[in-house]
Design a protein around this ligand. Structure first.
Ligand code: HEM
Length: 266
């Protein structure tokens, strides 16, 4: 199963152009969903206005090479390792899910567009990356959803309480899990049995929810967060600090209470 390109097998019964059009449609859904989100929330407008306002209180003009250095450091630390999440389980779960998803999506696109025609042979590295990416996403996403969600971890809500904010993580887990189940059942060559087809339908539906739900879900944070991290670090470097006061030049004194319990009430 791990080294079989499931889309190449699927293209024996469904036209390849249909499968490719589905991917293009998903990409369009993400673009449209994000644009509507930006127009509705006016978050990008606010972001640029705020950045312009903050610039007025800059104490230093950054040279191009300083800006490149700040942006590169942000990409390596804040974005590639999601350092905002600190050390610990939250960051580990996010990294698993994030890199799993990137591998899963990248391998899907490469297998569908380069290796699914009847004449092509898929190098086994791509199906392996696809399956590993899906497993990482399921593990990282489930770790986050079952154990680390703020409402479960800190607010004593039961793990099975589902709210709109869970749409993204649940659709992400579902699409990877159904993709894995479909690929596994299809690799068993069940011929006229219905099992793999049912999971293929679930895989398609969960992708429609994931990519069609961008406007309602947290999907677009993967675009907003990197932009916000770059702006924050540039504002730190030019001294404007987004018009926030500098850290107090005094020892940290929070009283003994701070040591009694790990901070987890958000
Ligand atoms: C393919 C890219 C990414 C995927 C698949 C992904 C996935 C996720 C998921 C599933 C969640 C949990 C959402 C929820 O609260 O229900 C999440 C939260 C979060 N993500 Fe991402 N993410 C990606 C990229 C990024 C990037 C680039 C950053 C930062 C630069 C980032 C920062 C965060 C933060 C700060 C949270 C909140 C975590 C918390 O509530 O503890 N993510 N992400």
């Amino acid at each position: 199963m791990l080294s079989i390109n499931p889309f190449a097998v699927l293209s024996e019964s469904i036209s390849l152009i249909f499968i490719q059009s589905f991917v293009v449609f998903m990409i369009l859904l993400v673009i449209v969903g994000t644009l509507i989100d930006i127009i509705h929330k006016k978050n990008v407008k606010y972001f640029f206005e705020n950045a312009k306002k903050a610039k007025l209180s800059a104490t230093k003009t950054l040279t191009t090479s300083e800006k490149i250095s700040v942006i590169s450091k942000t990409i390596v630390s804040d974005i590639a390792t999601t350092s905002e999440l600190g050390a610990g389980q939250r960051r580990a779960a996010h990294l698993l899910g994030m890199y799993g998803t990137i591998l899963f999506w990248a391998a899907s696109v490469i297998m569908i567009f380069c290796y699914s025609s009847p004449s092509s042979d898929t190098p086994s590295v791509w199906p392996i990356i696809w399956h590993m990416g899906a497993i990482m996403t399921v593990v990282g996403g489930s770790w986050f959803w079952f154990f680390l969600r703020v409402d479960v971890y800190s607010e004593a809500q039961p793990w099975y309480r589902i709210i709109k904010a869970d749409l993204f993580v649940l659709a992400l887990i579902a699409s990877s899990l159904f993709g894995l189940a479909w690929s596994f059942l299809q690799s068993l060559n069940l011929n006229d049995r219905w099992d793999d087809k049912v999971f293929l339908v679930f895989y398609i539906l969960s992708n429609l929810v994931l990519f069609g739900g961008v406007y309602w879900s947290k999907f677009a944070h993967m675009f907003y967060k990197p932009g916000a991290a770059i702006q924050k670090n540039l504002a730190e470097a030019d001294g404007s600090r987004d018009n926030l006061p500098p850290p107090a030049d005094a020892p940290e004194k929070f009283g003994l209470g701070i040591k009694r319990e790990e901070p987890k009430h958000y």
